[in-house]
Design a binder for this molecule. Structure first.
Ligand code: FAD
Length: 445
């Protein structure tokens, strides 16, 4: 990519210039300012742009580049992996029996020592998925947030970003929204839903914490107990014994390396992921709560006496926000009847997993008694309904509240990313739109 120089070096140790030093801001009212119009540089013209590099986005970009499309990935943080890496969530659910990129990733992690008791090592995950993308020819841009979109005659033409390089425009033939929150699609004017159909409530956010100083994990009762329910009960009792009533009453606690464990015992209820003040409050509360838990456990002595925090997430874990309207919407009925589709791109076996949206009722899990059967996700639910040239992958695809609570897990996100990447690349290379691509052309594993 051609670099533009915005700043001119002055005398040694002093840099002058200031592309951001816009003049002409005018006060419009007591509440607002008017920003002056400005010309934005076009950073790139490419085939496929993937917005967001989490489990869905890395896979989408990788698949697109492997098909042969010139692919750009725009990511807000300084690494790939999203909730796996900046969120420290390290369990891949619903990957069993799945082929393609998810199988390749698990195999590579295993071979390179990045799997421990079926948990993935976040640092090795960062490195491996970055290497996979670079080897395939994906162009990466970190530290860059998608903040706007431009459509022409109902087709998405560009996204606008902000970074230390200022505001830039990126043009592509096809875009894939993998921001988790559906940012790109929302800026492009797509309609979307958020939360429970009756209350609008969203699943809680959670803050994980990595712990050390517990000694060999093999003799920890939490790890020798057979079922996940028994392990959760044990951890809950330990926290109660330490005088803590956790905001999540079904805490998970597991080892990922010798003397490295993970605790998830926090829920931040009904936080709007699109409101930075609310997310900041939730993060501050969550950090304080998890620290208090660790101090309380330490005060118990015994195996807890040297426990300390070694890492917390840079981004609190967001379970849900926008679900973008697609050409098909996966519904709870599809889950209950085990729907099959001719244009299936992902077969989901994971059930409905709703972390409580009503802490007055429970601080645990609410599945509302929904019994599901394995079901398909059709390609159409990855294609935006309101704007052409735009696909979605990951947790922001088109589905209802209950369906989202099932397919949002990372084994499925990677599979959806792969499908969106292949479809977008085929469309871009053939000067077609994603909805003009047939499932047979995708060669899904
Ligand atoms: C606390 C918690 C525990 C979970 N536990 C599990 C589990 O055990 N197993 C499992 O499989 N799943 C689990 N999940 C679900 C799973 O992690 C997510 O649903 C999954 O990560 C979704 O993948 P994604 O790629 O769609 O989104 P994300 O992982 O959210 O990634 C989105 C990416 O987009 C980037 N981004 C966002 N906005 C912008 C923007 N405007 N511009 C540029 N980049 C942007 C973000 O930085 C991020 O890298 C859990 C989720 C949470 C929150």
């Amino acid at each position: 990519m051609k670099r533009r120089r915005f700043i001119a070096a002055g005398t040694a140790g002093f840099v002058s210039g200031g592309f951001n030093a816009h003049k002409g801001y005018t006060r419009q009212s007591s509440q607002t300012y008017r920003e002056p119009e400005r010309e934005l540089p076009i950073a790139e013209n490419t085939d496929v742009i993937v917005c967001g590099g989490g489990p869905a986005g890395f896979s989408a970009a990788l698949a697109s580049a492997r098909v042969g499309a010139k692919t750009r990935l725009l990511e807000l943080k300084g690494c790939l992996g999203g909730t796996w890496t900046v969120g420290l969530v390290n369990c891949i659910l619903d990957s069993e029996g799945k082929k393609g990129i998810i199988e390749e990733l698990e195999q590579t992690l295993g071979e390179r020592g990045g799997m421990f008791r079926n948990r993935i090592d976040p640092e090795l995950t960062k490195l491996i998925i970055e290497e996979m993308c670079l080897e395939a020819g994906v162009s990466l841009r970190y530290h860059t947030r998608v903040v706007g979109a431009v459509s022409n005659n109902g087709r998405l033409a560009s996204v606008i970003t902000e970074s230390k390089a200022g505001r830039e425009v990126w043009n592509a033939k096809v875009f894939i929204d993998c921001t988790g929150d559906g940012d790109c699609a929302a800026y492009a004017g797509c309609r979307f839903d958020i939360g429970h159909p009756e209350t609008g409530s969203v699943q809680p956010m959670s803050f994980l914490v990595y712990l050390s100083g517990i000694g060999p994990l093999d003799d920890l009762p939490a790890l020798s107990l057979k079922t996940s329910a028994e392990r959760k009960d044990w951890m809950y009792r330990e926290l109660k014994r330490a005088g803590i009533e956790p905001s999540y009453s079904r805490p998970t606690f597991y080892g990922i390396r010798d003397d490295l464990a993970v605790l998830m015992a926090n829920h931040q209820y009904n936080v709007d992921a699109l409101d930075p003040d609310a997310v900041t409050r939730a993060t501050v509360q969550a950090r304080a709560e998890t620290a208090a838990m660790v101090y309380a456990l330490r005060s118990l002595g015994g195996r807890w006496k040297n426990i300390h925090i070694v890492a917390t997430p840079e981004q609190i874990g967001i379970r849900e926000s926008r679900r973008i309207h697609g050409r098909y919407t996966v519904t709870v009925d599809d889950l209950m009847k085990g729907a099959r589709f001719d244009d299936a791109v992902c077969h989901v076996r994971f059930g409905v997993d709703i972390h409580s949206i009503d802490p007055g009722r429970t601080k645990g899990i609410l599945d509302d008694g929904i019994k599901t059967k394995p079901y398909d996700i059709p390609l159409r639910s990855l294609i935006a309904r309101d704007v052409d040239g735009l696909m979605m992958a990951g947790r922001n695809i088109s589905g209802d509240f209950f369906a989202h609570a099932s397919y949002r897990v990372t084994g499925d996100s990677v599979m959806l990313g792969e499908a969106a990447g292949k479809c977008s690349a085929k469309a871009a290379l053939g000067n077609r739109l994603p909805h003009e691509i047939s499932i047979d052309e995708l060669d899904m594993p």
